[in-house]
Design a protein around this ligand. Structure first.
Ligand SMILES: NC(=O)c1ccc[n+]([C@@H]2O[C@H](COP(=O)([O-])OP(=O)(O)OC[C@H]3O[C@@H](n4cnc5c(N)ncnc54)[C@H](O)[C@@H]3O)[C@@H](O)[C@H]2O)c1
Length: 280
C-alpha cells in the first residue's frame, strides 16, 4: 500500500480554503484507514511524508547569508541534525511544525506503531519539493512548476517575505526518481533497515526563487516580479534535505538533475497556453 493521499499545503487548515478538521480527516484519518487495511491484509505500507515534519523555529531562525542571490546557512551556527548537506532525519520534529506537518508526523508515528504491533513492514519517505511536467497550477504541489508556468503565462509573480528578494532556497525531486525506491520498498521485509528516510534532490538541486527567475529569463525573456516583504506563517529561508541515509539504506539517489527537471517543465509549459487556469 502506497499512501500518497493528502492535502499537501502547509497552509491547509488555516488559510480558509480547508478546515483544520478536514485536514485531519484527510491526512491523518485517511492514513489510519489505510493502516487498518494493511493490518487486515498483512500488506506492507509506504508513506509519502514531507520535510514539513521538521521543527519550524530552528529552521526559521537559521543564520543565513545571501550568496549569488540565494541564502546559504552559516557554518559554525548550525542546529543539531543540520549540515551544509541539508537537514537530516536527526533534526528536531518538536512542534510547531504546522498543522499539515503535524498530520504527516502523526501519520508517521501511527504507521510505525501499526507496523510493529500488527507485524507488517512500514517505510516512510520524507520527501522534499516535487517538481516535474504536468503538475497542477498550484504552488502547494510544487513551487518550481508553478513559477515556470506562471512566468510563461505572464501571470503575476512575487517574492514573499525575507525582504522580498526571492533568496529563499528549496531543493527538488522529480517524482519519477521515487519509483525505484518505492519498488524496492514494496518487496522489502527486512526490519533492520531504518524505516524513516529523507528523499530529495539535496544541495545539487537547490535553488532560490531569484535564481529560478534567472533561469526563466534566459529561456523566455525578462519580466517584472513583485515583492512583498511581509513574512508569511511557516515560511522558511532554506530547506534542503540530506538524503544520505536513503543512499546508505537503499542505494537510492536522485537520477534527474535540476536542469533536466526545469527543461522538462518548460517544454511542457510551451505546449500549453493556459495550464495554470486549466489545472488550478
Ligand atoms: N508536492 C510536493 O512537493 C510534496 C512534497 C512532500 C511530500 N508530498 C506528499 O506527497 C503526497 C502527494 O502529494 P501531491 O503533491 O502529489 O498532492 P496532490 O494534491 O496532487 O495529490 C494528493 C492526492 O490525494 C488525494 N486525496 C486527498 N485527500 C484524500 C482522501 N481523504 N482520500 C482519498 N484521496 C485523497 C487527492 O485527491 C489527490 O489526488 C502527499 O502525501 C504529500 O503530503 C508532496
Amino acid at each position: 500500500m502506497i499512501d500518497a493521499a493528502a492535502n499537501p499545503s502547509v497552509l491547509a487548515g488555516v488559510d480558509g480554503k480547508s478546515s483544520s478538521r478536514q485536514l485531519i480527516d484527510y491526512n491523518l484519518l485517511g492514513t489510519v484507514n489505510l493502516l487498518e487495511y494493511c493490518k487486515q491484509h498483512k500488506a506492507g505500507f509506504v508513506l509519502l511524508s514531507t520535510s514539513r515534519v521538521y521543527s519550524i523555529p530552528p529552521l526559521a531562525a537559521l543564520n543565513v547569508t545571501p550568496h549569488e542571490e540565494a541564502f546559504q546557512p552559516q557554518h559554525g551556527s548550525l542546529p543539531a541534525g543540520l549540515t551544509d548537506q541539508g537537514i537530516s532525519e536527526q533534526f528536531s520534529t518538536t512542534p510547531p511544525v504546522s498543522l499539515y506537518g503535524a498530520t504527516k508526523l502523526s501519520s508517521e508515528l501511527l504507521a510505525l506503531e501499526y507496523g510493529l504491533t500488527f507485524d507488517f513492514p512500514v517505510w516512510i519517505n520524507r520527501c522534499g519539493v516535487m517538481a516535474g511536467a504536468g503538475q497542477f497550477g498550484k504552488a502547494d504541489q510544487g513551487i518550481f512548476a508553478f513559477w515556470l508556468h506562471s512566468w510563461k503565462e505572464q501571470r503575476s509573480l512575487k517574492y514573499i517575505g525575507f525582504g522580498g528578494h526571492g533568496y529563499q532556497v528549496r531543493d527538488c525531486l522529480h517524482p519519477r526518481d521515487l519509483v525505484p525506491l518505492l519498488l524496492k520498498q514494496c518487496t522489502e521485509t527486512n526490519s533492520d533497515r531504518s524505516p524513516v528516510v529523507n528523499v530529495s534532490g539535496g544541495v545539487k538541486s537547490a535553488m532560490s526563487l531569484a535564481q529560478l527567475s534567472h533561469w526563466c529569463a534566459d529561456r523566455w525573456g525578462h519580466r517584472a516580479i513583485g515583492a512583498d516583504a511581509t513574512p508569511r506563517p511557516f515560511d522558511l529561508p532554506w530547506v534542503v534535505l540530506d538524503s544520505s541515509m536513503a543512499a546508505q539504506e537503499w542505494g537510492w539517489e536522485p537520477a534527474t538533475s535540476v536542469q533536466q527537471i526545469l527543461t522538462e517543465i518548460a517544454t511542457f509549459a510551451e505546449s500549453q497556453s493556459d495550464w495554470i487556469g486549466f489545472s488550478k
